[in-house]
Design a binder for this molecule. Structure first.
Ligand SMILES: [Zn+2]
Length: 273
């Protein structure tokens, strides 16, 4: 009996080490523990065992074979801005949905990572926005937006100003327009992956915009003062394909604010067995 208890303790410690090892490079232990670790009895952890993990380096994409994506978002005036200790999370209500190949995913909110988690042909960006959508069945669709240093991104100012300096939440008292957090050019990468924090569930369809937005150095630095590094390193692609939509050409200035159908789908993303 003693032996079996010792064995299970050793196994539990080994499992903990395996998970910790995957994150040690980028996430400080305090941040990893602050609200992002899965509670005992939650969905099985796939961080170390999964074969379809995120983020990935976006390289070698197959162009033109993407399912149609509709951005059916609305301006929201209610929600919360939370400093989770590991990231800045904005939960918004009644803000619309994303439609991928006829499947609807409600926009739940967005959060930030520094540096970027996804890379494009090896290139890292100082910031990445994740806009998290969930279907009625619990599947996720996450829009990733890479942010480079340049002109300020005005939508960040009220969010930054509302963020509690210590872990905690504050009410949103301003307008959040999700369309101000993605580039006008809707060309994007699409692949099947996971959440990038434990339990790393492989239930996410990723749409990563191909063009970056820009934010000022001061805006990026403000974020980094609270969250110094909260990006997971890129994961192996294994038996997955990355698709890239055909270049987006808006027919009018207004079109970039309306639901968009990029093209007719030929087939959904192929998932390896
Ligand atoms: Zn994220």
């Amino acid at each position: 009996m003693t032996v079996s208890i010792q064995t299970s303790l050793i196994l539990a410690a080994a499992a903990g080490l395996a998970i910790a090892a995957g994150f040690a490079a980028s996430v400080p232990p305090a941040a990893a523990q602050a609200g992002q670790a899965a509670p005992a009895g939650a969905a099985p952890d796939q961080c170390a065992s999964g074969a379809q993990q995120s983020p990935v380096d976006l390289v070698g994409a197959i162009e033109g074979k993407t399912p149609p994506v509709g951005f059916n978002w609305f301006v929201s005036r209610s929600g919360t801005v939370t400093n989770t200790g590991a990231t800045l999370e904005v939960d918004i209500r009644s803000s619309g949905s994303l439609e991928i190949a006829g499947q609807t995913y409600e926009l739940k909110g967005f959060h930030f990572h520094t540096p970027s988690e996804h890379t494009i042909e090896g290139r890292k960006f100082p910031l990445e926005i994740h806009m998290v959508h969930e279907s009625a069945a619990g599947a996720l669709a996450i829009v990733g937006v890479l942010v480079q240093e340049g002109a300020p991104l005005p939508q960040l100012d009220p969010i930054w100003a509302t963020t509690p300096a210590r872990p905690g939440a504050a009410e949103v008292r301003f307008e959040i327009d999700p369309f101000r957090l993605i580039p006008g050019d809707r060309t994007h990468y699409l692949y099947e992956g996971s959440t990038t924090t434990p339990p790393c569930s492989e239930t996410a369809t990723w749409i990563v915009m191909a063009s970056p937005l820009s934010a000022s150095r001061a805006q990026i630095e403000s974020y980094r003062q609270l969250f110094s590094s909260n990006a997971r390193p890129v994961q192996p692609l294994n038996r997955r394909y990355i698709l890239k939509s055909q270049p987006f050409i808006p027919s009018s200035p207004e079109q970039s604010r309306e639901p968009v159908r990029l093209e007719r789908s030929e087939r959904m993303v192929h998932k390896g067995p």
